[in-house]
Design a binder for this molecule. Structure first.
Ligand code: SIN
Length: 283
């Protein structure tokens, strides 16, 4: 069993203030709504690698600027089901108001982990926030893996789990004009423990949103093990809770975190846009 400490590295073009021992940093000293130079992009990549989720204040993105920011980190992902604003297929609208029946991300999940190549990361800008509530929680799946016993780590290493989009997305977007009769949503099998392609660290890669079962073991054993891993990985020590203000931005790494959006503000409005960066095959 090992423990991790948030990295307090200094960066040439920005400042990063770690928010917890394991995960999350607030970034200042950079305007991400404007074109960035190579040194700024390198520092942001490093800050994301160091902290897993980075937060920014006072960044009033237009959609084109948000997409341009996202493209510094890779090609943009197009959501398998959600409709997008006219002319912006790479944008996912995140919106809740008094009439909402559900919100995006109200269960712990890693974005679209049902994809064969799940997204590298996601960048969410909220332009409208409720007066209270509407926080987002992010859990470090590195810290969760590191805190397991050596014996459980060894057991999990090499197992795979199935991640299914159907139960998450089916019927969900019909109020927005996106009928999905006959549509096939992604379903993929991924390692339960993945190695981050940038940091080389191991992270648990299962989440209650998409993961349906661990492959090749009895269903009851899979359910019990997943229930333990979900509870273990979302314990408060491994979690940072972000309090939004209008024009805050959160940029998270889906390869080593999962997150949950708290819906405690109805009937208030919470609204913004997400761009999502394409990822690779988990290994
Ligand atoms: C999401 O899962 O992308 C939504 C997160 C949030 O609204 O805070």
């Amino acid at each position: 069993m090992t423990t991790t400490l948030s990295n307090t590295r200094r960066y040439a073009t920005l400042r990063a203030e770690p928010l917890t021992r394991h995960i999350g940093a607030e970034i200042s000293g950079i305007d991400i709504t404007q074109p960035l130079d190579a040194a700024q992009v390198r520092d942001l990549q490093q800050a994301l690698a160091d902290h897993q989720v980075i937060f920014f204040r006072d960044q009033p993105f237009e959609l084109d600027a948000q997409k341009a920011f996202g493209r510094h980190f890779g090609p943009l992902h197009i959501h398998p089901g959600a409709p997008s604003p006219e002319g912006h297929p790479e944008i996912l609208r995140i919106h809740a108001d008094a009439n909402s029946k559900y919100i995006a991300g109200e269960n712990w999940h890693s974005d679209v982990s049902c994809d064969a190549e799940p997204p590298l990361g996601s960048i969410l800008h909220l332009h409208t926030v409720p007066p209270q509530g509407g926080d987002t929680l992010f859990a470090s799946m590195y810290a969760a893996y590191d805190a397991l016993s050596d014996r459980l780590q060894q057991y999990l290493d090499g197992l795979t789990a199935t991640h299914d989009g159907d139960h998450v997305y089916r019927g969900r977007f019909k109020n927005y004009g996106a009928a999905d009769t006959g549509k096939v949503y992604p379903r993929s099998s991924h390692p339960v423990v993945r190695t981050h392609p940038v940091t080389g660290r191991k992270a648990l890669f299962v989440n209650p949103g998409f993961t349906t079962h661990i492959d090749g073991i009895p269903p009851k054993e899979s359910a019990a093990l997943l229930a333990f891993l979900y509870e273990h990985s979302t314990q408060p020590e491994f979690v940072v809770r972000f309090r939004w203000k209008a024009h805050s931005v959160a940029f998270w790494d889906n390869r080593c975190t999962q997150h949950l959006a708290v819906w405690d503000y109805r009937p208030a409005v919470r609204s913004g846009y997400r761009v999502t960066i394409q990822g690779d095959t988990p290994r």
